[in-house]
Design a protein around this ligand. Structure first.
Ligand code: ADP
Ligand code: MG
Length: 504
């Protein structure tokens, strides 16, 4: 496929052009193989709607091959037994260094595939991914069991933490490299073998990552990549009896399907899902800080974040002032093609499907009586072929409107006034989701009271969106099962074995 890009794009790196033009295969057992069926699909540049590459579409027979390869490697002990913990640390650290060394290439691949500004990918997604591997590189030498003071006479009892086995990791398209890193790094550190299934919208950086695994010198079969669709490759991975665990990040609907179809083998399942995260601005807050924070809480990554601050509650006395501030801040956001040399703040949404979903919500909001104070349109002109949507703020929103209840996963926020703390706490918690929440206040007791009572996995106070490889992340309620990151990430990818020994 001969690729041409808009003139406004930054120079495509020679490594990126060469990579895009090669034949893309599946990475199984340390070898590159086309899908057995020969089936392929195209991945697109959402800034232009044009194809970037033709990708192998894994079917169930390819899943069988990848599972056998990962199984063989796991059962041989090539990763978790034959290498010392220190050897495993060194390899994971080496991978982090290779990610750093190839950062410009990875950033361009994620920008082209997902539409996100290449500068953001380079400043944030890629270094955070490397940092995730560096953090978990420290773990293999620190995964300890315990000696348990049992009351059974004459017995020694101790525990060891062991890898779960073969892990199928299914990731979304919003932060292609980073979401893969969040799962791969703890799974590797805990000693598992991995089959990664990137999203069909954004397969490129996962395939490039496989090359880096090769270059780092991991034993073959420790890391495998199956590109393909959720309903085929993803579903076959979930149903496979020899897969011990599924780590999934994605939508609630798919998560429910996964839980149902994992029941046959009762494999372990951890889920990091969506949200409708409340962001609460109290009148006593540093309003300048809150305005900027509230703007980027929703519009960061174009609202395509599971933690997007999509319900903005503003205390009534400062509602107009804060709303005006957020609208002004939003008006300054420059939307453009991800690879544009003009360094836009935001790119397009990821796909035609996503564009239609988000525009559907905007029409629904208007239809049910909400009003846009800014945005609300698909963007035309030079951006007409891509999937561009204006950052959109709704007011006159009722709590039970669809736009206030459902995850939109796009650049749309509902701004709603509230009167008192008890009321806003109740409204904030009145949702099936529980991923994250934020509040802006100078009052320490309000801050702590809300931190304790918000039914969410992460609370941000006078800040939004911070994550760190060392800090646990995950959801209450329908936002997920389990915690990723930090020590919790190791727990999520390991089993505990209790050993009893009769003494004398
Ligand atoms: P979105 O709707 O935002 O694209 P999804 O939950 O559909 O999010 O996708 C997240 C990941 O789950 C992707 O890698 C996708 O291919 C995969 N997926 C989708 N459907 C299934 C399924 N039925 N079984 C397993 N994985 C799936
Ligand atoms: Mg794509």
């Amino acid at each position: 496929m001969t690729l041409t890009f808009p003139e406004t794009y930054v120079d495509i790196l020679p490594e990126v052009s060469a990579f895009l033009e090669q034949e893309h295969r599946l990475y199984i057992g340390g070898r590159w193989a086309p899908a057995r069926s020969g089936q392929t699909f195209e991945t697109l540049d959402p800034s232009t709607g044009k194809p970037l590459a033709r990708i192998s579409s894994a079917q169930s027979e390819d899943v069988d091959l990848a599972v056998s390869a990962a199984r063989r490697t796991f059962d041989s002990g090539a990763w978790h037994h034959n290498l010392t913990p220190s050897d495993r640390s060194r390899l994971i650290w080496r991978l982090a260094e290779l990610i750093d060394a190839h950062a410009p290439v990875l950033a361009q691949l994620d920008s082209l595939d997902n539409g996100k500004p290449v500068g953001k990918a380079l400043k944030s997604d890629v270094p955070l991914s490397a940092e995730h591997f560096r953090y978990y590189a420290g773990w293999p030498t620190k995964i300890e069991g315990a000696t348990i003071p049992v009351s059974t006479p004459g017995m020694l009892n101790y525990t060891v933490r062991e890898p779960v086995g073969v892990c199928g990791l299914i990731v979304p398209w919003n932060y292609p490299l980073l979401m893969a890193a969040w799962k791969i790094a703890p799974a590797l550190a805990a000693g598992n073998c991995i089959i990664l299934k990137p999203a069909e919208q954004t397969p490129l950086s996962a395939l490039y990552l496989a090359r880096l695994f090769e270059e780092a010198g991991f034993p073959p079969g420790v890391f495998n990549v199956l590109t393909g669709f959720g309903e085929t490759a993803g579903a076959a991975l979930v149903e496979h009896p020899a897969v011990d665990k599924i780590g999934f990040t994605g939508s609630v609907g798919v998560a429910k399907t996964i839980v149902r179809s994992s029941a046959a083998s009762l494999k372990r399942v951890s889920l990091e899902l969506g949200g409708k995260s409340p962001n609460i601005v109290f009148a006593d807050a540093d309003l300048e800080q809150a305005v900027v924070g509230a703007t980027w809480a929703i519009f960061g990554n174009n609202g395509q974040s599971c933690t997007a601050g999509s319900r903005l509650y503003i205390q009534r006395g400062v509602f107009d002032q804060v709303l005006e501030g957020v609208a002004d801040e939003t008006a300054k956001i420059r939307v453009g093609m991800g690879m544009s040399a003009h360094q836009p703040d935001l790119g397009p949404v990821v796909s035609q499907e996503q564009l239609e979903t988000v525009m559907g919500y905007i029409h629904d909001g208007r239809g049910s009586g909400a009003e846009t104070v800014i945005g609300g349109q698909r963007m035309g002109g030079a951006l007409a072929d891509g999937y561009f949507i204006e950052p959109t703020i709704f007011v006159r929103v009722q709590d039970r409107m669809k736009i206030a209840e459902e995850e939109i996963f796009g650049p749309v926020v509902c701004a709603m006034p509230f009167d008192d703390p008890a009321e806003v706490l109740q409204r904030a918690n009145e949702t099936p989701f529980g991923l994250a929440a934020g509040l802006w206040t100078r009052d320490l007791s309000t801050a702590h009271r809300f931190a304790a009572r918000l039914q969410v996995g992460t609370v941000w106070i006078n800040t939004w969106g911070d994550t760190d490889a060392a800090s646990p992340f995950g959801g209450y309620k329908q936002s997920g099962h389990g915690r990723e990151m930090g020590k919790d990430g190791i727990d999520l990818y390991s089993e505990v074995k209790s050993v009893w020994i009769r003494l004398g």
